[in-house]
Design a protein around this ligand. Structure first.
Ligand code: ADP
Length: 460
């Protein structure tokens, strides 16, 4: 995928995220604003209606108690003292004659119809002749007259218009906040993805797998993706290094046996003696066996170290495997004049790859017998530990010099004093690679003249 494509996809995703954020934010702001507006409008309306109705009832009672003069006096007193807000009041007599009329001047001119006959509490809405004001009028029949009280919706409309203005300003502010928030949110959400994309394109360009994506520790899915990506890169790097190392070692260490092979063949060609030919062929055979064995072991070590080896891990009896190693080395120990003992408790079970563990134990026993002079002893022991089992291979041989100890597990490393004995310098590398591939650990404890003790620790 070209970087322009990646850029375009990320931008499209960014725009979508920002649009979603903005849309949700605006929609919720508008819903809340709309609901508040509706609630306010209905509250104001019902408040106006309450005022009209309660005034209408009160005036009706006054009129019934004291007649027209009492009602006119009450209205006049109220208007003068300002105890009640100015209202439209009209009393229409039985012959449609207006007995009382009061309308605040500022309200304009309304053609209020006389109330329908026989009705009470009838509502009417009358538009002003010269403006948009609407007069809401309630009527009630008192005796043979009709009493009407009304109020314009002007004040209410003014309040609602102000509220609408505030709402529009609020929506504008919400739009700005939404755009800014959407952009910020998109930037921060897409940052890890952009980092990932940049890392991938850098790796594609340079081939350097030791590059890493920044992890922000937010513990979300994107952060987890970055961690997994880094883990994958680390694994690829280990594999590549492992392969490179194995190749280097093979190239380096094949040179000596191949040169020997060549020299032997050359020497054989230079003579006509059939016996020498036969001898050279047999040397070549031996040398090529060594090369083959070295190659196989090197590949096994590489596979085990890079984690590409297929392990058959299952609970197995360590007692039985130790028995197999004893059977394998009993004769060799006897021939070398070394006492070989195996002490393993019955039914000791560990989780391991049976063949690989036997090979690791066999290599340790093989070394111990190989390096221990006649008259010495080699002990193979195993015991359960809290987390699994420990296998020990102890000998009474020459021990390992201090300067060799850190290097004996290296590939193809052989101690100075061991050059005379057979070996490729791969036995301990294989032990460590096999044991660690199974989640175990191998350690050594040795000093010159005090023998050596190798320990393998395994889980259950
Ligand atoms: P090799 O035995 O083929 O030389 P290894 O990898 O098995 O290779 O061992 C590496 C080196 O560690 C040996 O060359 C030897 O110097 C030393 N070593 C291993 N085991 C013992 C032992 N039991 N006693 C003394 N030295 C040992």
């Amino acid at each position: 995928m070209s970087s322009r494509w990646a850029e375009r996809i990320s931008q499209a995703l960014g725009l979508r995220l920002a649009a979603w954020y903005l849309g949700t934010f605006l929609a919720s702001t508008l819903v809340i604003g709309g609901l508040t507006y509706g609630l306010l409008a209905s509250l104001l309306e019902s408040r106006d209606h309450d005022i009209i109705q309660s005034t209408l009832r009160e005036y009706a009672t006054r009129y019934q108690a004291g007649g027209l003069p009492a009602l006119a006096r009450a209205i006049e007193i109220e208007q003068r003292s300002g105890t009640r807000e100015p209202l439209f009041v009209r009393l229409v007599g039985p012959f449609q004659d207006v007995l009382l009329y009061s309308l605040p001047e500022a309200w304009g001119v309304f053609d209020v119809p006389a109330s329908p006959r026989g009705a009470s509490d009838i509502w009417a809405q009358v538009r002003a002749r010269d403006s948009h004001a609407v007069l809401e009028v309630a009527s009630i029949r008192v005796g043979d007259s009709v009493l009407q009280v009304g109020k314009t919706s002007e004040a209410r409309n003014q309040l609602l218009a102000n509220f609408r203005r505030v709402l529009v300003l609020g929506a504008g502010a919400a739009l700005l906040i939404g755009v800014a928030g959407g952009l910020l949110l998109t930037r921060s959400t897409l940052k890890p993805l952009r980092d990932l994309r940049d890392a991938v394109s850098r790796i594609l360009q340079t081939g350097q797998t030791d590059d890493r994506v920044p992890v922000y520790g937010t513990d979300d899915a994107v952060d987890e993706l970055s961690q997994l990506f880094n883990a994958m890169l680390a694994r690829i790097t280990t594999l590549i290094h492992g392969m490179r190392n194995a190749l280097d070692h093979v190239a380096h260490d094949l040179r000596t046996p191949m040169t020997r092979l060549r020299v032997t063949a050359e020497a054989a060609l230079a003579t006509n003696d059939p016996a020498k030919h036969r001898e050279a062929l047999s040397d070549c055979l031996e040398e090529s066996d060594r090369v083959l064995s070295m190659l196989t072991t090197l590949m096994d070590i590489s596979e085990a170290e890079t984690g590409t080896m297929t392990l058959n891990l299952s609970p197995m009896s360590l007692t039985a495997v130790a028995g197999e190693v004893r059977d394998l080395y009993e004769d060799a120990a006897e021939a070398a004049g070394v006492v070989f003992t195996v002490t393993v408790p019955p039914d000791l079970v560990v989780t391991a790859d049976r063949d690989r563990l036997r090979q690791a134990m066999a290599n340790l026993v093989d070394n111990a017998i190989k390096y221990t002079p006649a008259g010495g002893r080699v002990d193979l022991e195993a015991a359960a530990t809290t987390s699994g089992a420990e296998i020990r291979v102890r000998d009474t041989g020459p021990g390992i010099p201090e300067h060799d100890l850190p290097r004996i597990f290296d590939r193809l490393y052989r101690g100075d004093q061991s050059r005379a004995t057979r070996g490729l310098g791969l036995g301990l590398s294989l032990v460590r690679a096999y044991v660690e591939a199974q989640g175990g650990r191998v350690t050594v404890d040795s000093a010159p003249g005090r023998g050596a003790e190798f320990r393998i620790r395994l889980g259950t």
